[in-house]
Unconditional design. Sequence first.
Length: 61
Amino acid sequence: MGRIRITQVRSGIDRPEKHKRILVALGLKRNQTSVIHDDSPTIMGMVRKIPHLVHVESVEE
């Protein structure tokens, strides 16, 4: 399994509560911060719900 870097590129302000909870679950606390996660179906499912708020890229190990 690979790893991915998820960067928040837009604010969660004025977004539905569900989108805000997904940002928190991913570990994103503020705009322009990044976290690294394993490329799992669970994480990718969360990312697919909020593609307008995050940017995803592969991380070379």
